[in-house]
Design a binder for this molecule. Structure first.
Ligand SMILES: Nc1ncnc2c1ncn2[C@@H]1O[C@H](COP(=O)(O)OP(=O)(O)OP(=O)(O)O)[C@@H](O)[C@H]1O
Ligand SMILES: [Mg+2]
Length: 286
């Protein structure tokens, strides 16, 4: 896999209870064992309240496990002194970019996280310019962030994380507010960085089609791991998905209905294009 290295995230026998919710039946996460390597592109799916945001916050050391351990690049999130390194390695993007934009111009916003790194001003400036142009924000550097569109704001938030050169980007429904173009723009950027720099991606999404473009899909349900495999393995398993109130991609759902009507379709069709090709093949045979 492009750019894989030793840096990884590991959850070892992690349980997490929010304060006041210590009853085991109210665990936000239970018995989570999970390893994520740098360079992986993971979609994290699950119903509302299944623990997705909590898991990302544990990886980013915003929360620490009630029992068990989370290690980022071998460093425990429990140790106060590891936190700056862990937060730099695992940048988190939230659903609503407004919560992450703090400065008066786009340029200052992107530079904000670097201010604590004691780098020379010229170096900060250079990195900000490079990251902004990579994300198509070069022409907006002097703009106040609150005047930008949702997609542009989300890209500024992403730029502010990427400028720190993290090993992982943790995206918590970061595309949910965006229109299809905005969503495509953000995902394209992340996919390119995954390919070119080996940036590890963990993307929480409720859009099956976004999960289908990951290389690994992890499923949470009521705080427990319920699935972990390739998109073809996990997203075509309608017994699992429907049991959790989730859906497959349009092609998966449609193929299931067509199979009920007697169409002999491959069981691992995931994308519309694959379904169309399969149907065309069947039509030519008949
Ligand atoms: N600050 C909190 N205090 C108490 N309980 C919380 C808190 N935040 C989340 N929870 C509970 O922890 C569980 C997991 O929540 P979490 O936000 O991780 O779910 P999620 O999978 O991200 O859901 P969604 O898809 O709705 O974003 C839920 O039962 C939720 O009610
Ligand atoms: Mg959430």
């Amino acid at each position: 896999m492009a750019g894989c290295s030793e840096v990884s995230i590991e959850a070892r026998a992690v349980d997490f209870y929010y304060p006041g919710e210590e009853d085991p039946s109210r665990a936000a996460l239970s018995g989570i064992n999970l390893g994520v390597k740098r360079g992986e592109y993971i979609a994290l799916i699950g119903p509302n309240g299944s623990g997705k945001t909590t898991l990302l916050k544990l990886f980013n050391a915003l929360l620490t496990p009630s029992s068990g351990e989370v290690l980022v690049g071998g460093l425990s999130t429990r140790e106060e002194e590891n936190l700056p390194v862990i937060r730099r390695r695992c940048g988190m993007i939230f659903q609503n970019p407004d919560n992450q934009l703090v400065a008066t111009t786009v340029e200052e916003d992107i530079a904000f996280g670097m201010e604590n790194l004691a780098l020379p001003q010229a170096e900060i400036q250079g990195k900000v310019l490079q990251t902004a142009s990579q994300l198509g924000l070069g022409h907006l550097l002097k703009q106040p962030p609150h005047l930008l569109s949702g997609g542009e704001k989300q890209r500024v938030a992403i730029a502010g994380i990427l400028v720190m050169e993290p090993d992982f980007i943790l995206m918590d429904e970061s595309t949910a507010m965006l229109d299809p173009d905005g969503r495509r723009e953000v995902l394209k950027t992340v996919v390119e960085l995954n390919n070119s720099r080996g940036l590890g991606v963990i993307h929480v999404t409720h859009f099956p089609i976004e999960a289908a473009f990951a290389r690994r899909v992890i499923v949470l349900d009521r705080g427990r791991l319920r699935g972990d495999g390739t998109p073809k393995e996990v997203l075509t398993d309608l017994t699992l998905l429907h049991g959790l109130g989730l859906q497959g991609t349009t092609a998966v759902e449609l193929a299931a209905l067509l199979r009920e009507d007697g169409f002999a379709l491959d069981s691992q069709l995931l994308h519309n294009r694959e379904l169309v090709e399969c149907l065309c093949l069947l039509a030519r045979k008949n």
